[in-house]
Write a protein of this length. Structure first.
Length: 469
């Protein structure tokens, strides 16, 4: 084969890889609108109001005969969706790795979630049970789809490109979230001018997120491609058993076991890669802090600083816009300093931001906007680089299964932060003490991540080590 033929083949391969990467970005563009408009802004208050209309004189609703305070119904529905996702993700991940057919599974999960979100158009009156059911389905489906989406990263980007590709994906998502949130806020704030009620405006905003999600999912489904599975030994074979005597290895368990047993099988397999587990532990801790800051910042702003709802919504929008620049900027920093050092720098920035938030004076929206700007600049990069770094630590052929554990860390384990926040407030009566208590997650996460020898972890996983990591 002459050198021109080799160059042409390499050029064609690079062009095909870039085409697939662009398709991959568009799934973040498609689904991030659900996270921003539905979960962060509109659904919680609206579903709570629907539940309150259905409540009895004591303020309780009774799903399946269980008494639940109407004000807690949304939170409980989110929690139940997480449980469903945690049980389903390992099963789907193992099936995707065994069959190599991630794309049909991604499409199925995405369209189930999009259909459930679009169905929120019908959440009128006192249909709180419908709202809870649609939320559980949509949220669990999004978790499953994101797990499959993330697992494509090691396949569509060589090691030296992953930080940049992951960062662009997050940037696409934040850009879409910002764009649609602006349109939704115009409809919501000026609903009378459009001739619709406030309730109908919210329902249109919710349903439009589902239509956006479903419509733009077509692009990644057209551009991503399935790959043959990588033949790998099972845990049992590694241990010297083949399952013929009744001993069932990891893959045998995956074929027959329900969700909990598949989780156990995945964890057993991950124990053979303790440095990957060490990174996952560090990520679990500092991501818990990130998710808690995101979820509790509006409470801090309204209850401790006395800020208006319009100020809080504006701050959410500012975070979305600046997260685009933050994700891209930190991706560039990672090319110079490596992903691990850049993440460590972001955790230090999170710590300083919380310290500044503790001293914010009440009734000062400018200071809160500055705090939101700081969060936005480190938020996208922290998440994008964590994803790309983890992709180097996944053994070939185990992408979906390992990313199911990563997604569970991201979505299913983020309860310690809210618990610490709530307990601190309960003991001190101060939201300032509650917000500063979250520093512990960033400090501990920093220390644990700093101790992970990522180059050795990559080698142990059987992957090539990038020049800068």
């Amino acid at each position: 084969m002459d050198i021109d033929t080799v160059r042409t083949a390499a050029s064609d391969e690079a062009a095909e890889r870039r085409r697939e990467q662009r398709g991959w970005y568009f799934y973040d563009w498609a689904c991030s609108v659900y996270s921003t408009s539905v979960l962060t802004v509109f659904l919680g208050p609206y579903l709570t109001s629907v539940a309150k209309r259905a409540a009895d004189a004591d303020g309780y609703v009774h799903p399946l005969g269980i008494p639940v305070r109407a004000g807690s119904f949304f939170a409980y529905s989110v929690s139940l969706s997480v449980i469903v996702a945690v049980l389903v993700m390992p099963l789907v991940g193992a099936a995707a790795d065994r069959s190599g057919r991630k794309k049909p599974l991604l499409g199925a999960a995405a369209y189930v979630g999009a259909a459930a979100t679009t169905g929120m158009l019908f959440l009128g009156g006192d249909r709180y049970l419908l709202g809870g059911a649609l939320l559980i389905v949509a949220n669990a489906a999004q978790s499953v789809a994101m797990m499959l989406y993330n697992s494509y990263l090691p396949q569509i980007a060589p090691p030296e490109e992953r930080d940049a590709v992951s960062s662009r994906g997050w940037a696409f998502g934040y850009a879409a979230g910002s764009l649609v949130l602006v349109v939704n806020l115009v409809l919501y704030l000026a609903h009378d001018s459009f001739g619709v009620s406030e309730s109908m405006a919210v329902r249109i905003c919710l349903a439009s997120a589902g239509l956006w999600w479903g419509g733009f999912t077509l692009i990644p489904l057209l551009r991503l491609r399935d790959r043959p599975t990588t033949a790998r030994k099972t845990t049992a074979q590694t241990d010297g058993t083949d399952g013929t005597d009744g001993t069932v290895g990891t893959e045998g368990t995956a074929r027959t076991a329900p969700g909990l047993r598949q989780i156990a099988a995945t964890v057993r397999d991950m124990r053979r890669h303790p440095l990957t587990l060490a990174f996952l532990l560090a990520y679990l801790i500092y991501n818990d802090g990130i998710q808690t800051v995101i979820s509790q910042a509006s409470v801090y702003g309204s209850e401790e600083l006395g800020l208006s709802q319009s100020t809080l919504i504006g701050a959410v929008l500012l975070v979305q816009v600046l997260a685009v620049a933050g994700a891209l900027g930190m991706g560039r920093l990672a090319r110079t300093y490596g992903a691990k050092r850049t993440i460590l720098g972001s955790l230090a920035a999170w710590t300083l931001t919380l310290g500044a938030g503790y001293f914010l004076p009440a009734g000062a929206p400018v200071g809160f906007f500055l705090l939101a700007a700081a969060i936005g600049l480190v938020l996208g990069g922290s998440q994008a680089l964590s994803r790309s770094l983890f992709s180097h630590l996944v053994p070939p052929g185990k992408e979906a299964e390992y990313f199911s554990a990563y997604e569970m860390s991201d979505r299913g384990m983020s309860w310690l932060g809210p618990l610490l926040f709530g307990v601190t407030y309960q003991l001190t009566g101060s939201y300032r003490d509650a917000i500063i208590s979250l520093v512990i997650f960033f400090v501990v996460g920093f220390l644990l991540l700093a101790r992970v020898p990522v180059r050795q972890a990559i080698r142990d996983a059987g992957n090539p080590v990038p020049e800068r990591i």
